[in-house]
Design a protein around this ligand. Structure first.
Ligand code: HMG
Ligand code: MG
Length: 284
């Protein structure tokens, strides 16, 4: 029996590769994105227009965007922390961008050198400009359960930032369990608070698998109505400003799980596994 559609938003080429210690050639990144294009995603996060001093691994983002093979109906996305990044992303031809904030002050400072309030003020002109250009903007909220610097994060703090990003015009709010500290209970408490201010159909779960609980957290989220999950092929990933943030939950595992439950993802499991092989090989 079909339980209806459930989408995986592929973040491996960005969240996965941003954390790799060794240099990864632009051609390898392009090959990974191209394979992912063949897997049937509707949205793939390929790049990040951040300071190369902060995240050297994303330095070739413009070249990656220029070289990928684009398929109709697929949106190729990138992170943009400020207007400079947004302008670079537009010049590189991205289809959608993402701003990324945090529910905790400590992570906000360490990750983007701004308080939560300052970060929202930085995002405002991006959202304003994107609205006129009809560029979709996604909004990330990091540390939705726990912050590596500040400890436990209250569901109300997550709801407040999610509400503000949604009101500013983000079409979807991706809720990041950045260090994989969430449990089905804490994720559910957080979602119940966020669902009160942002429609559940506009939420995505972005769960790192640091403690091996990402799949259980996806199940808890499904039961509360979430139908979009971020994942990275091969379980690549982490965040350079979140010590201990190991990989995102692996796309091929999430796809197999959702499909077994009866959800339709539109993805080709064989191609995903090939892409996972490519991702693992790149990692060395
Ligand atoms: P700053 O140092 O406060 O900014 O950094 P600044 O405006 O003072 O600029 C400093 C230098 O960076 C200048 O260069 C700027 O030109 C340059 P300099 O004069 O020193 O040569 N610069 C840029 N260069 C390229 N692209 C740009 C850009 N902006 C400034 N867009 C800034 C502030 C936000 C730029 C910096 O903190 C930064 O780049 N942070 C990014 C951190 C990051 O990418 N973290 C990982 C992504 S978030 C994540 O992984 C979590 C997520 O997956 C969800 C989850 O799991 O929770 C999304
Ligand atoms: Mg992440």
């Amino acid at each position: 029996m079909s339980l209806g559609p459930c989408e995986i938003f592929e973040v491996g080429p960005r969240d996965g590769l941003q954390n790799e210690a060794g240099e990864i050639a632009v051609a390898d990144k392009v090959a990974l994105v191209d394979r992912l294009t063949d897997a049937g995603f509707r949205r793939i996060e390929c790049a990040s227009f951040v300071s190369p001093k902060w995240v050297p691994q994303m330095a070739g983002s413009g070249e990656v965007m220029a070289a990928i093979r684009r398929k109709d109906g697929v949106r190729y996305a990138a992170l943009t922390p400020n207007m400079r990044g947004f302008e670079d992303a537009l010049a590189a031809g991205v289809d959608e961008v993402a701003v990324f904030g945090s529910a905790s002050e400590g992570f906000s400072q360490k990750n983007i050198n701004a308080s939560v309030a300052e970060s929202l003020a930085r995002f405002a002109p991006i959202l304003e400009d994107a609205r006129h250009r009809d560029i979709p903007v996604r909004g990330y909220v990091s540390c939705v359960v726990e912050c590596p610097y500040d400890g436990a994060v209250a569901p109300a703090a997550v709801a407040e930032v999610a509400d503000k990003l949604f009101a500013m015009g983000c079409y979807e709010i991706s809720l990041g369990d950045t260090i994989g500290a969430g449990t089905p209970d804490s994720i559910a408490r957080m979602l119940l608070a966020v669902r009160d201010v942002v429609p559940v159909g506009r939420l995505a779960g972005h769960y790192h698998d640091t403690q091996g609980r990402a799949m259980a957290n996806i199940d808890a989220s499904l039961s509360l109505g979430v139908r979009v999950f971020d994942a990275a092929v091969g379980g690549l990933g982490g965040c350079p400003y979140a010590p201990g943030a190991s990989g995102n939950v692996a796309t091929e595992a999430v796809n197999a799980h959702l499909t077994a439950l009866g959800y339709e993802t539109g993805l080709d499991q064989d191609v995903l596994e090939q892409a996972a092989g490519l991702a693992q090989a790149m990692r060395g």
